[in-house]
Design a protein around this ligand. Structure first.
Ligand SMILES: [Zn+2]
Length: 257
């Protein structure tokens, strides 16, 4: 995996991130890579809020925050970055404001746009990593296609009810499957939180795991969930990991495999 070239840390940053730097596998070098990293988060709901907050707190240099929705009262049960006073504001702008208050070193750029094949590719080519935190299958497929085209790693998460799942795709790795290897646009029931409900902390849990995976991919520490799908069953609190292989006939990634 191509490591991100780090950026030098100031004395203030060495202090601020000291609990990271103490970790032997992360160290100053890992923190420097976080500072140099630019992450695009698509979907700023229950998953996007904790991902963005943890990545901003962790010292990621730049976050691109993409969502065209506005904060609604029904979001506040799980979308923990928003205050009641944010109701009616675009999520991307409200979240950027929250993140700036948490860490002024992190450049938070709001993108109040509906994700489409065209604008996704444009933003993804400028990013080192993408987080799929959407709840819409069409957008998930579009993000996947753009990430494969741009050879950009993708941390994908989903939650519904008391169930969650997380995985990492990385087109730079020859054996990595992509989202389209696993799911077909025709075969999916379009279940969304809006119709079926979700337990608030479940999206928090899944989003937090996405943040951990993102930090691992950026810094090169540990083993990301590459070729593995983590399934979380909140009802019995069971974590399972299943292996996934690339589909040699995948219409999106087969040529690059
Ligand atoms: Zn594929």
């Amino acid at each position: 995996m191509e490591p991100i070239t780090g950026k030098t840390l100031t004395d203030q940053e060495l202090l601020r991130y000291s609990r990271h730097i103490m970790l032997p596998e992360l160290d100053i070098e890992g923190q420097q890579r976080l500072k140099a990293a630019k992450v695009l988060i698509v979907g700023l709901g229950g998953l996007g809020c904790p991902v963005a907050m943890y990545l901003a707190a962790a010292g990621v240099g730049e976050l691109l925050l993409m969502d065209f929705d506005q904060v609604e009262l029904t979001n506040l049960q799980r979308q923990i970055a928003y205050n009641q006073s944010a109701i009616g504001k675009p999520k991307a702008e409200a979240l950027a404001e929250t993140l700036r208050g948490m860490n002024s070193d992190c450049v938070a750029t709001p993108i109040v746009e509906k994700a489409s094949q065209d604008n996704l590719l444009q933003w993804i080519t400028t990013a080192d990593l993408v987080i799929d935190a959407t709840d819409n299958f069409a957008v998930r497929f579009a993000i996947n296609t753009a990430c494969v085209q741009a050879m950009c790693p993708l941390v994908s998460g989903a939650a519904i009810g008391l169930q969650g799942q997380v995985t990492v795709f990385d087109s730079r790795q020859p054996a990595s499957p992509c989202y389209r290897c696993l799911y077909s646009p025709e075969g999916e029931d379009q279940l969304r939180c809006a119709e079926t409900g979700v337990l608030g902390p479940m999206v928090g849990l899944v989003g937090t795991i996405q943040a951990i995976e993102a930090i691992k991919v950026i810094t090169g520490i540990g083993e990301p969930l590459l070729g593995k799908l983590l399934l979380v069953d909140g009802k019995v609190m069971e974590f399972r990991t299943i292996k996934m292989a690339a589909d040699p006939a995948c219409p999106v990634c087969a040529d690059s495999c």
